[in-house]
Write a protein that binds this ligand. Structure first.
Ligand SMILES: *Cc1c(COP(=O)(O)O)cnc(C)c1O
Length: 492
């Protein structure tokens, strides 16, 4: 057998590399053109057709990368959700900063792996520098540390995992890493508000404690945890012989943007011998705003904090971090492998504090962003965004066909169609109308808005993220929604 060795054409090789340069240029040109011509959040191609066209792609005969880029552009990019469009406004799904996108280019081409220093010499120090910067911003103190994660889900899981292991050691010097769950694990409880993110339950399940270990505490009208009820819940659980070990506080609930009274929650947790974790995936970013940072007061006393950079820090997916107040707690994750992170290694191996092994160099995105955009600029983005959200809410309040469901706390607006629109429709038919409306706006490509429930009622939601949005974007959006609503009613 003879090998024809021109395989280097497939790799981003060292040395003169025309194939790589050409493909990169072609891709960038395609994206530029797409962005220039785009005029809707989504192409409007019927989902069944889109699926059929994607399934029809045949891998049996390769074509040139040039063709593949062209076809990818025509089929995939053109039918992608355009997060930059002002009417893509459903989720905590951000348009990324240019600095973050170009950092991705470095990240991809260099392909550093964050587990050990010998795979990521400069990258290891970059990640540690950003982590140190974060610990400083959140004033976590001398013993603080952190690690980059794939996002809020992984950060919440890690925070609760460290809490579980810390508690078992406090309780009975039980080492979960070595011996698995302690015999009292069925009594262990995590406490959070009924507006907390579902990843608290998911974490509990992954941690072997089961979703039943999560106890929900009611929230007040603003969606913040009722701190008296929290204290009462802890007392009752203890009186029943159960073991509350972690309290999760929300710094920005996904729907309402509610920020719990962090200082009180952390104090209650501490007095009860519980770990305090702050889920700051949405709202922890406010720490960079001089105007709004006081709303996070108490975050500096938490045992762990989840921060999500692919939300209000405008980073490409994925990018998040977990910060902890006392780095000694990372020891419960430490496992030495002879081939990777030997005991006594002098150079730092970030795998020592991560649940991942091979890991992306996402920290570069924040590194380049902080240098190119600046910390102060973020504060201005948030001040503008939160004020714009209030103006959008007022606009909805004054509109005869819409009804505001609650005063915005962060950058979401929850609203419904007005009772005038409801007319003779039953509550169920009216809910159905909201659902149909959202789906129709999505599949036609006109607007991407969210649907959720408030007090059992179906409501529509805008999530404002981009500081490039203006009030006039919402005049147009509300017009589109009104127009589609009236068309739906008239065809009934
Ligand atoms: C988005 C979000 C999460 C989950 O984070 P991912 O980055 O999507 O994994 C957790 N908590 C809150 C409050 C969120 O908004």
């Amino acid at each position: 057998m003879t090998w024809s060795n021109n395989w280097s054409q497939y790799f981003a090789q060292l040395g003169d590399n025309q194939a790589f340069e050409q493909a990169t240029k072609q891709t960038q040109q395609a994206i530029n053109q797409l962005f220039q011509e785009a005029n809707a959040p989504y192409s409007g191609l019927e989902p069944v057709q889109l699926k059929a066209q994607i399934n029809a792609v045949d891998f049996s005969t390769p074509s040139s990368l040039e063709n593949v880029i062209q076809e990818t552009n025509a089929l995939i990019a053109k039918n992608s959700l355009l997060v930059q469009h002002p009417h893509t406004i459903a989720h905590l799904h951000t348009p990324p900063l240019i600095a973050s996108i170009v950092a991705e280019h470095f990240i991809a081409a260099l392909n550093q792996s964050m587990d050990s220093w010998d795979q990521a010499p400069a990258a290891t120090f970059v990640e540690q520098k950003i982590v140190d910067w974060l610990c400083d911003i959140y004033q976590l103190g001398e013993r603080a540390d952190g690690v980059f994660t794939s996002g809020g889900t992984q950060s919440n899981l890690m925070g609760l995992l460290l809490a579980r292991d810390w508690f078992a050691y406090q309780q009975s010097q039980h080492d979960v890493q070595q011996n698995g769950l302690p015999e009292y694990s069925s009594k262990m409880r995590i406490i959070c508000s009924d507006k907390s993110h579902f990843t608290v339950q998911k974490s509990a399940s992954l941690m072997g404690l089961g979703e039943r270990s999560v106890v929900l505490v009611k929230t007040n009208v603003q969606g913040k945890i009722d701190t008296q009820a929290l204290q009462h819940t802890i007392d009752t659980l203890k009186a029943d012989g159960l073991l509350p070990f972690a309290v999760v506080a929300m710094a920005g609930t996904t729907d309402h943007g509610a920020i719990d009274d962090l200082q009180t929650v952390v104090d209650i947790a501490k007095a009860a011998g519980c770990w305090s974790h702050v889920d700051g995936a949405y709202g922890a970013a406010l720490q960079l705003s001089e105007q709004h940072k006081s709303r996070l007061k108490g975050i500096e006393s938490a045992d762990s904090i989840s921060v999500d950079f692919h939300k209000l820090f405008y980073q490409t997916i994925s990018c998040g971090a977990l910060l902890i107040k006392d780095k000694a707690n990372f020891n419960t994750l430490l496992h030495h492998a002879d081939y990777l992170n030997r005991e006594g290694d002098e150079l730092p191996n970030l795998v020592d504090k991560s649940i991942a092994t091979t890991k992306r160099f996402d920290a570069l995105k924040m590194f380049m962003t902080l240098k190119a955009v600046g910390v102060k600029q973020f504060g201005e983005f948030y001040d503008y965004l939160l004020s714009l959200t209030q103006q959008v809410a007022t606009k909805i309040q004054q509109h005869k066909h819409f009804e505001l469901c609650c005063t915005p706390l962060l950058s979401t607006v929850l609203f419904r169609l007005s009772s005038e629109i409801q007319g003779d429709l039953s509550d169920q038919q009216f809910n159905q109308l909201h659902q149909t409306l959202r789906l129709q706006l999505l599949t036609s490509g006109n607007a991407v808005i969210a649907e959720t429930k408030v007090d059992g009622k179906l409501v529509l939601k805008f999530t404002l993220l981009s500081p490039c949005l203006t009030l006039s974007d919402f005049d147009l959006l509300l017009e589109k929604i009104e127009h589609s609503t009236l068309a739906l009613i008239n065809t009934k």
